[in-house]
Structures are given as structure tokens and as C-alpha cells.
Ligand binder design. Sequence first.
Ligand SMILES: Cc1cc2nc3c(=O)[nH]c(=O)nc-3n(C[C@H](O)[C@H](O)[C@H](O)COP(=O)(O)OP(=O)(O)OC[C@H]3O[C@@H](n4cnc5c(N)ncnc54)[C@H](O)[C@@H]3O)c2cc1C
Length: 436
Amino acid sequence: MTEIVVVGAGLTGLTAALRLAQSGYRVRVFERYPRPGGLARVFEVGGERLEAFYHHLFTTDSAYVRLARELDLASAIEWLPSRMGIWTDHRLWDFGTPQSLLRFSPLSLVDKARFVLWTVLLQRSGRAERYADVTAKEWICAHQGRRVWDVVWGPLFHQKFSDYADQVAMVWLWRKVYLRGRSRSRSGLGERLGYMRGSFARLVETLAARITGLGGEVSLSDEVRRLEHDDAGFQVMSRQGEVHCDRVLLAIPIPEYLEVAGHLLPAADLDRLHGLKSTAAICTVLEMNRSLTPYYWLNIADPDMPFGGLIEHTNYISRERYGGRHILYISNYLLPNDPMLSLSKSEILDRYVPALQRINSSFGEDWIVASHHFKADYAQPLVTVGYRRLIPPFRTAVPGLYLGSMAQIYPEDRGQNYAVEYGEKVARCLIEDLGG
Ligand SMILES: Cc1cc2nc3c(=O)[nH]c(=O)nc-3n(C[C@H](O)[C@H](O)[C@H](O)COP(=O)(O)OP(=O)(O)OC[C@H]3O[C@@H](n4cnc5c(N)ncnc54)[C@H](O)[C@@H]3O)c2cc1C
């Protein structure tokens, strides 16, 4: 029987492994961490599981919902309203609804009219090519105006892409606006976001259980360090030993791909792969005895603040589930070499607490019941102008070696839905090549 090794038990690797196991191949998944889930991994708060990095679904996330249905989990997804705000000009503003825009005085009436007009046009325009070769900054400044970039988009891009903000291609923003437009209109009730009762770990665990149920194996705390390749197949060297297999799928970030298999790739591929940039992320989670703001999602459009977003999970999901605690994610995307990545949790909190006090003057450290700190070195690929020409293919230059990575998702923004969709796509390539 053909043996396939999948490296990485994030959603991409697990979805691909399920499809391969269902097609009759013998699959073994290697994961470096003790738990599967990758960026969607969880920890516990008040007896309930919670994602280390905030997670929700959009109503357009159809691949994820389809998989949840197959795994009998669709009814666990709750579609709930959420409230969005923005911190700018030293105060909080409602944001994201027509009424809130009318009251948003940092933009003039003319700016608002251009903002709305072009946002509506973007939601209706279905052609990616039009936006692929221009940066979002250039496009926004030309169409919505410099002030709209400076007040709204620029700070948001900076939040997600740090100093790479000016390099992001317009196609990335267009696709987000286009899909969000559909997400809002589908519910007919303003935007509703999806969350899985009991956390998204339920789907991850069900995937792993189905894979083992089909005779596959999920090997945890077992980092793959190197691959070797010869006519007989692949030798996979991992923390726990060595195995031989016929095919390998690397469902891991690009830097790890280069580490594990870079020595097998041609120089031209290496050059292209080294050209792909990404941001890292740190996420501090506070369990609090009070609520900081009325918003689920608060964009911080203020360069003097030490973080880019505040996501108050319990303004979206009932805090009763978490032993009554209010849960606040403090989000911060950083360049991979930012010194903040190596600060300890308490050093980070020392920087964050005064900024939280600016947002709500009654906030004090005595509100914090517990805190947690998580880091992702590879959190967000940077989609630059001409990105589609850089995207690495599912079939690598090494026969029998496949890649399924966030960097391939285009033009959509990465997310659980696309991990599922692309996991299925790369599995299909393998199955086709094996004549299945
Ligand atoms: C801050 C933040 C917020 C997010 N919010 C949302 C959201 O609201 N909604 C949403 O849908 N998505 C969200 N996402 C994105 C979502 O989590 C990812 O798109 C998705 O989980 C990616 O899955 P993946 O399998 O492609 O990659 P990963 O989750 O990165 O999985 C890769 C796996 O490979 C393992 N690995 C790497 N190298 C090795 C090795 N050498 N050997 C063995 N194992 C290895 C890693 O440990 C990891 O488990 C968010 C991400 C971040 C960072």
C-alpha cells in the first residue's frame, strides 16, 4: 500500500490527510506540538477551551462549513452578531455600519462618500486581475483619497502587516471587501460571525480521530527535521526516529519548508521562496473581572498604541462559558525580527497596561485575573504586487514531494476555510498523481 507522510497537523495537513486516508492510502501525520491544530490550537479558561489566537468564521466560509457538516459538527457552529469599533483621534468610535459612519467625524463628508462609493464598487467587482499589480495604498489614495488611507486603511494595514503595510497588493484588500460584502448580505441582518460551541478544536480533534479510524496515525510531539529523497522514496527524519515512505506532503509554513526540504530544491525555487515575506504575531489573552469596551472587534488606528487590535471574545460569546471571566485578546502583528517577539509576558503587559488605561480610564491591573501569552512566528503571508507569480505550486520540483502552505492561498486572506479548501486541493493532486 502507498505510504504517505503528512508533516503538520494544522487544518491543512489534517484535511489533506483525511482525504488521502479516505482514498485508501496509508497516512502518517507528524506534528511538532503535543496537540494538533496549529494556529487554531487551544488552551483552557474556566473549564472551557479557547483558541490561543482569536478565531471566527464568515458566512462565506463554505469549505469549512461543508467539512463540519461531514463531521457532524455543523450544528455546533453558532452564527452571532458582533459589534465593531475603532480607536482613533484619542477616542472610541462605532464602526462598520452606515449609522456609525455618519457619526465618524475623523472623515469629512466627501471622504465618507468616496469611502462608501468605492467600497460598494469593490464588493461588486469580481475581477482579481484588475487589482493584482497595484498596491492597496496606491489604489486607495487614488480612489478613496489620502485621508481615507491615513485614517482608516493605513492603520489597519499597519496593524496586520507592520512596516510592510505599504507593500500589500490591492488584490488582497479587494478580496476581503468582496467577501465581507457577501458575508453581510447573506444573513440579511448585518454581519454575523461563526464560532464553534466548545471551540474550533472540536473539528481538529474529530479530523484526527477520523484519520486514525481509517488506519492512519497522528504522531504528536514529533517534529520532522529533515527529508532525504532517492529512487525508493523518502526518508523522514523526525524527533522520534526515521520512517520511509513513498510520498510526502509538507503542510507547514514556508520557513519550515526551507529548513526540512530546502536542500532538495533547485536554486531558482529557493530564490523565489526566500522572496516570500510574512509577519509574525503575538497575542496576549487577559481573563478579566470587568469588560473593557462594548466591542467584539476594536481596530486600533493609532501609531502611539503598542498593539493593533483588541478582540473582546466575551462581547461575542457568553462569558458564562468561561466561568464568568471577560476575555480580551490583545493582538499584535510584527515583522519577524521585531525585538518585541522576545519580550516576556510581564514585559509586554508593562507596555500594554497604560495603553489599555487610555482606552478605558477605569481599567486597572486589578481587573486582570489571569493572563496568557502566545506567539506565532509565521502568522500572515504578505501578498505583494505580482504575488501570483511567486506562489509555490502544490507539486514541488522533487517528484513525490508536495507543499500545502498558507502562502499558496490567493487572492483570499488565509483562514481556516482556506486551510480546508487548499488541504483538499493538494490532496487531490496527490491522488491524481497516484492514479486514484
Ligand atoms: C492571530 C491570528 C488570528 C487568526 N484569526 C482567524 C480567524 O478569525 N478565522 C480563521 O478562520 N482563521 C484565523 N486565523 C488563521 C488560521 O488559524 C490559519 O489560516 C489556519 O489555522 C492555518 O492552518 P495551516 O494548517 O495551514 O497552518 P498552521 O496552523 O500553521 O499548521 C502548521 C502545523 O505544522 C506544524 N509544523 C511546522 N513545522 C513542523 C515540522 N518540521 N514538523 C512537524 N510539524 C511541524 C506546526 O506546529 C503546525 O501545527 C488566524 C491566525 C492568526 C495567527
